[in-house]
Design a protein around this ligand. Structure first.
Ligand code: NI
Length: 172
């Protein structure tokens, strides 16, 4: 797996997870805010404004992107739990990451993620039916809450690995 965009491999798309896989994924989401905070701990502005790979987002943008993405995940989970097979709203993550809030200190999004994941986990821990459906209009794909759980557990780790990978390569 040498593609620098995918340090932990591609996003998994599983229609259903085993109870053990579900617990593992919930644990990953529970741990993410602290892992992301640790990943950028001690970096100065010059380091935060360094792209994680050539042509990629800066570490600062990566942190804000995780918040952008997981805010959308939270809304998607709540839609899937309260409507019948809702069509969710995609967003242009590159253009979101180019808006001026992605220039803020990472701590702003780290605090946001701590609060957001407290609510996201509270919702997910109450899920009775992990087979509830939702549809992504652009991908034309109907999947389940399990799919969403697996995707976002992967997503947090994926971006933490972008940051820790660069730090490792730079000796930071
Ligand atoms: Ni992402």
């Amino acid at each position: 797996m040498s593609d620098p965009r995918y340090p932990i491999g591609p996003m998994p798309i599983h229609l259903s997870l085993s109870p053990e896989e579900r617990q593992e994924a919930l644990g990953a989401l529970r741990a993410l805010p602290a892992e992301l905070r640790a990943a950028v701990h001690g970096l100065d502005d010059r380091q935060l404004d360094t792209p994680y790979r050539e042509g990629g987002w800066t570490l600062r943008q990566v942190v804000h992107h995780v918040a952008d993405s997981h805010m959308n995940a939270y809304v998607r989970v709540k839609l899937a739990l309260t409507e019948e097979n809702p069509t969710i709203k995609p967003y242009d993550e590159g253009r979101w990451a180019a808006l001026p809030d992605s220039l803020l200190a990472p701590g702003v999004s780290l605090e946001l993620l701590e609060a957001l994941h407290a609510r996201l986990l509270a919702v997910l821990e109450g899920v009775q039916d992990w087979g509830r459906l939702w549809t992504h209009p652009a991908q034309g794909r109907t999947t389940t809450l399990d799919t969403l759980l697996g995707m976002y557990a992967w997503h947090g780790r994926h971006h933490v690995a972008h940051i820790t990978g660069l730090r490792g390569r730079q000796g930071w």
